[in-house]
Design a protein around this ligand. Structure first.
Ligand SMILES: [Zn+2]
Length: 594
């Protein structure tokens, strides 16, 4: 096959696994050299696939009915007669998931690990977190998996109400940022124990143990039993203005995250902006900013004017600061109200995933406000960011929105305006003087788009020149070689000792079948070769016959022609004789007439 492929023009290069491996090894060797020079690199960790066979479920993790634990089954035991739960990989579970059939009227379930978030099945399933022990060192791990019911009676996790409960109160997280330029004391004072200093100016995070006291600190309520308002302090770090971690002396700000009682959240937010300390509310696991609050940013406002606007604004909860920008924090439900009150000319964007668009052309003299008014007229909630690029008769603008525009082309007084989506703020725009639009769209519309791009950009082109082209050997020797190789590999695989077991019996049968199949194929090939030979010799015979008859015709023609010529020669010779005889007579009769 390889040699046949090589004979094509252009050649199809079939790559054998060992050839591929050789190239891969070669490339690896090349790549490793520069890596060593640059120092050891940490490879990004690939999520591990857990082997279910190496895990044992903890006792009493699942139950069939109340108080009756579900036994753990091996994957191979799952069937109509089994009861219990089997820990399986997604691949093992796939046939059951695809068939979607209940196997039994009793309790049977699969616990699928390494699967996708959503299982493609009609069976009922639930994602759960469970504990399992490593069967090697008996240490427990927590796993995430899907419990899929294969029986009519459900297998359920065991919950107990008898064990002691963990006392839990609503908590929330926040990031506290202290800006050096607003910190009222010496910045040096924050060098040691910075959080302790910051805590001094935040009474809602301090605990007061005096009964019947009215101070601004937090007082433990004897009922719920919590003794401290602050539960955790983490990620203390000094930062540069650009947000890079740095040492205290070069820092622009100090930031720390805290977990504290939710009941103190509003009191803490009200202090945001005082003493150079700003509070950003975050979700309970501190991974992202809380969506309960939004900030109306006031880019032109100084700290004093922002503080004044906050004082006059009943909806405002506190100040926010990002770099040099100030803003007022509000509850998310009040965001639009406050936004439109503080920035009547601004383009309000509701919270959500921002999309970026190229929109235009707009006249060279247009600005954000005028374009914003056009969007409002179109009933499209979008915010013009900046001019993206000038074209022949206007400027394309970069625009941000949460929702798609109502239409993508609008007719305006100065001409048609288009809105086309771009992947990012930096995504380029093609303009060849005649067509203007996103590069990807223009490529799709181009006339030569029907041409197969592989014809010009063959990714294997380079490899093709490097791999030697194998010349083809005669077909018969290939068949012979194949035969020998097969024979050898079969002989190698033939079990010589354990002939008597059913298993080997099966394998022999399978091999016999395969051999039979191969023999059939070989026979077919042979008969094909014979057939070709027969056809060829028939053709040669026909040709021979044709040649013979042709030659016969020519020979007879030649003979005829020769005969004719000979006749003519004979005729002229007899004429010459006649003439000579006449001449002799004439001389005899009259010797003086010479
Ligand atoms: Zn107090």
């Amino acid at each position: 096959m390889k040699s046949l492929a090589n004979q094509q023009s252009p050649p199809f290069q079939l790559v054998l696994p060992d050839e591929l491996n050789a190239v891969v090894q070669e490339r690896k060797a090349k790549k490793q050299k520069p890596a060593k020079a640059a120092g050891p690199k940490i490879a990004p960790s690939k999520p591990l696939d857990i082997d279910p066979a190496k895990l044992t479920l903890a006792q009493n993790t699942f139950q069939i009915e109340a108080g009756q634990p579900a036994p753990q089954l091996a994957a191979s035991q799952v069937g109509p007669l089994a009861v219990g739960v089997a820990l399986v990989s997604f691949q093992e579970a796939m046939p059951f998931l695809q068939s979607g059939q209940l196997l039994t009227a009793k309790s049977l379930a699969l616990l699928v690990i390494n699967g996708p978030d959503e299982l493609p099945t009609k069976l009922s399933w639930a994602s759960i977190r469970f504990a399992a022990c490593c069967s090697v060192n008996q240490q427990p791990v927590l796993l995430h998996g899907h419990l899929v019911q294969l029986g009519a009676q459900p297998v359920v996790p065991v919950f107990t109400s008898e064990s002691p409960g963990v006392h839990d109160v609503p908590v929330t997280c926040a990031r506290l940022t202290v800006f050096a330029d607003q910190w009222p004391q010496e910045w040096n004072s924050l060098e040691d124990h910075p959080f302790k200093q910051v805590l001094q100016v935040l009474p809602p995070l301090q605990t007061c143990r005096n009964d019947q006291c009215q101070c601004g600190r937090w007082h433990p309520d004897g009922m719920d039993g919590n003794q401290d308002v602050l539960l955790d302090v983490f990620r203390r770090q000094f930062f540069t203005e650009a947000g890079r971690p740095t040492k205290h002396a070069q820092a622009n700000h100090f930031s720390v995250q805290i977990r504290y009682l939710k009941s103190q959240e509003y009191a803490l937010l009200r202090l945001s902006g005082q003493n150079g300390v700003f509070v950003e509310p975050r979700v309970p696991d501190a991974s992202s900013p809380s969506e309960e609050f939004q900030v109306v940013w006031l880019p032109q406002a100084s700290f004093a004017s922002a503080q004044h606007q906050l004082q006059c604004e009943p909806l405002g909860l506190g100040l926010a600061r990002s770099g040099r920008r100030m803003g007022i924090r509000v509850a998310a439900r009040d965001f639009q109200t406050l936004f439109q009150k503080l920035k009547p000319e601004g383009q309000f964007l509701s919270p959500g995933t921002r999309q970026t668009w190229h929109c235009g052309p707009f006249p060279f003299g247009s600005d954000r406000k005028s374009i914003g008014r056009v969007f409002a007229d179109w009933k499209w909630q979008a915010r013009p960011l900046q001019p993206a690029r000038p074209i022949a008769d206007g400027v394309m603008w970069l625009v941000q929105s949460v929702a798609d525009p109502p239409q993508t082309v609008f007719n305006m007084q100065h001409g048609q305006v288009m809105i086309s989506k771009c992947d990012s703020v930096r995504a380029g725009m093609a303009d060849n003087g005649l067509v203007i639009g996103p590069q990807s769209t223009i490529e799709l519309c181009a006339t030569n788009s029907a041409v197969d791009p592989w014809t010009f950009h063959d990714p294997w082109q380079q490899a093709l020149t490097q791999v030697p082209v194998h010349s083809s050997a005669p077909v018969t020797s290939h068949i012979k070689e194949l035969e020998e190789r097969l024979e050898r590999s079969i002989l190698e695989k033939l079990p010589l000792e354990r002939m008597e077991t059913d298993h080997t019996e099966d394998r022999i049968q399978i091999m016999e079948k395969q051999l039979q199949h191969l023999a059939n194929q070989h026979q077919a090939l042979e008969s094909t070769v014979h057939e070709h030979h027969r056809q060829n010799s028939a053709q040669v015979q026909t040709l021979q016959a044709q040649m013979l008859s042709q030659m016969e015709v020519q020979r007879s023609q030649m003979a005829n022609m020769f005969e004719d010529q000979m006749g003519a020669v004979r005729k002229s010779r007899s004429q010459i004789y006649e003439l000579m005889r006449l001449l002799c007579f004439a001389r005899l009769l009259n010797p003086a007439s010479r």
